[in-house]
Design a binder for this molecule. Structure first.
Ligand code: ZN
Length: 142
């Protein structure tokens, strides 16, 4: 698959990492390092969930940076409490509704009961970290 249109699966057929979401205090402080020093291509993103979002390409995956748009947003509260760092991991699945149903059947607590549009304009849903070992997991359909 070409990097600009990666399918849901990695080369071994298992769901690939679509992106890793990192909470940051300032996009302006972090982007020049990844984009200009490391030479990673910036990918246009739209803002979502009270966060300003930027991303850089890393192979078939993205590194997504989330800057709080305001202190009283989920990312604002996260950064205030825990500081900058890895916020969530996003896994690409072929059929998000089917994966949500599989998660539901397995007793995984869902944050999003139904898919909604995410920052890349794709259908996404978050799973509750209480059910996933403390790790916030996002599913995306591609
Ligand atoms: Zn994400």
């Amino acid at each position: 698959m070409p990097p600009d249109n990666p399918g849901p699966n990695s080369t071994d057929g298992s769901p690939r990492i679509a992106h890793v979401g990192i909470a940051v205090e300032s996009l302006a402080a972090i982007l020049p390092f990844f984009r200009d020093v490391l030479g990673m291509a910036e990918v246009p993103m739209s803002d979502s969930d009270g966060a300003r979002i930027a991303a850089v390409q890393s192979g078939e995956s993205l590194i997504e940076f989330l800057e709080p748009a305001a202190p009283d947003t989920p990312i604002g509260k996260y950064v205030a409490k825990r500081g900058a760092g890895i916020h969530h991991i996003c896994v690409a699945v072929p059929d998000i509704e089917q994966t949500l149903e599989t998660c539901r059947s397995a007793g995984i607590q869902l944050i999003d009961e139904a898919p909604r549009l995410g920052a890349e304009g794709k259908r996404i849903a978050f799973l509750h970290p209480k059910s996933t070992g403390g790790i916030l997991v996002e599913l995306t359909e591609q």
